[in-house]
Design a protein around this ligand. Structure first.
Ligand code: NAD
Ligand code: GDD
Length: 344
């Protein structure tokens, strides 16, 4: 039986991917620094390992045929704009050691999860941005260390295929969201942050939520179920170059907030405040995705946010009940931040 490793299996996409692969009948090992936060893993084997260390990567890839490499020190703009050295160091170590251990242990296929953050800043200065094609990554000028590291690891994958025959696949995600993702604590991305803010405002009988910047910056957002389908199709395909995986519907962050408010059934007022904004506009060109995978993401932003809001609203309410009963209160506990209403 084929044996599959998912690194980052304690995180948002990795945890969902383990469940998805189990439903496909695969034998799956998960590896991460931590177990999934919100529900148990479906993995056959779960190894708690720090994958910055070579010897731990050897343990994780022992007996493995295919690797889905998702482990990363990452987050939304609040995190990646403020931790450049940590991100470049940790993710370089994880990625160099994981792919080399996979080669050493004789793995056959390796899928690496890159990011839309590899695209150059100079192509993303206008909210009405031209959708980004895969070849637009060059001449390279990613905005943050996070994007530079992703770009270098894309090349590492290409050279490991050319020099060692490891079949590598490279996917560039465009802002993936959904239930069971980070929604608090500083690493959350805009969809989860706005769901939390709307839920909290509703809980407190308020209507105002804070938005970083003027809210006219644009992005596209892709629901987790579509992300999983795309990852699996790419791993099974014979396509070896980097491939976008995202939606190609461009929305402003103000529009995103309105869709969340509609999902919650409330009206909101927006207070625009200073905060890390990243690029001014970003969208995915899905021409190659359609050609290669004969498919594209299908779940609408409204439906994806409806499902995500429902789950985050439950988390906010559960945290609120914990605080009310006095059973939590450390700063590490998301619920403290929820009640203060200040976490970003
Ligand atoms: P996540 O933060 O939820 O999951 C990443 C996991 O990696 C975490 O569980 C974390 O504990 C683990 N990890 C970090 N350092 C580790 C280490 N030293 N050893 C072992 N495990 C370690 O992030 P995610 O959203 O699930 O992202 C998965 C992958 O997709 C990442 O590589 C990320 O860069 C990439 N990506 C995600 C998005 C997105 O929108 N979610 C966009 C672009 C790229
Ligand atoms: N996180 C967050 N929280 N963003 C907010 C908020 C808020 O409360 N209010 C407004 N925003 C704005 C940010 O200022 C930014 O302009 C936009 O929403 C999107 O922010 P994020 O979702 O945090 O990140 P991103 O889209 O710039 O980048 C994300 O996606 C990349 C792939 O597309 C990050 O997760 C990257 O790590 C990822 O690679």
């Amino acid at each position: 039986m084929k044996r599959v490793l998912v690194t980052g299996a304690g995180g948002f996409i990795g945890h969902h991917l383990v469940s998805y692969l189990k439903k496909k009948g695969e034998w799956v090992r998960g590896a991460d620094l931590k177990y999934p936060e919100y529900e148990p893993s479906a993995a056959d084997d779960f190894a708690l390992l720090d994958l910055r260390r070579w010897e731990n990567c050897l343990k994780a890839t022992d007996g493995i045929d295919e690797v889905y490499a998702l482990a990363a020190d990452m987050g939304g703009m609040g995190f990646i704009s403020a931790h450049h050295a940590e991100i470049l160091r940790n993710n370089s170590l994880i990625n160099i050691h994981t792919i080399d251990a996979a080669r050493e242990n004789g793995a056959k296929r390796y899928l690496y999860t890159s990011s839309a953050c590899v695209y150059p800043e100079y192509r993303q200065t206008d909210p009405n941005v031209t959708p980004l094609k895969e070849e637009d990554a060059y001449p390279a000028q990613p905005q943050d260390a996070y994007g530079w590291e992703k770009l270098v690891t894309e090349h590492l994958c290409i050279h490991y295929r050319e020099d060692y025959g490891l079949e590598t696949r490279i996917v560039r995600f465009h802002n993936i969201f959904g239930p069971l993702g980070t929604w608090d604590g500083g690493r959350e991305k805009a969809p989860a942050a706005l769901c939390r803010k709307v839920s909290l405002a509703r809980l407190n009988g308020q209507s105002e939520i804070e938005i970083w910047g003027d809210g006219e910056q644009t992005r596209s957002f892709c629901y987790i179920d579509d992300c999983l389908e795309g990852i699996y199709r790419l791993m099974r395909s014979d396509y070896r170059e980097p491939l976008n995986l995202g939606q190609d519907r461009l929305v402003t962050i103000n529009q995103l907030a309105d869709i969340v408010a509609a999902a919650a059934g409330v009206s909101i007022t927006k207070k625009h405040v200073a905060g890390p904004q990243g690029v001014r506009g970003r969208n995915s060109d899905n021409t190659r995705l359609r050609e290669v995978l004969h498919w594209e993401p299908e779940i609408t932003l409204e439906e994806g946010l409806r499902r995500t809001y429902l789950w985050i609203d439950q988390q906010v309410r559960a945290a609120d009940r914990r605080i009310a009963s006095g059973s939590s209160g450390t700063l590490e506990n998301p619920s403290s931040a929820v009640r203060r209403g200040s976490a970003s």
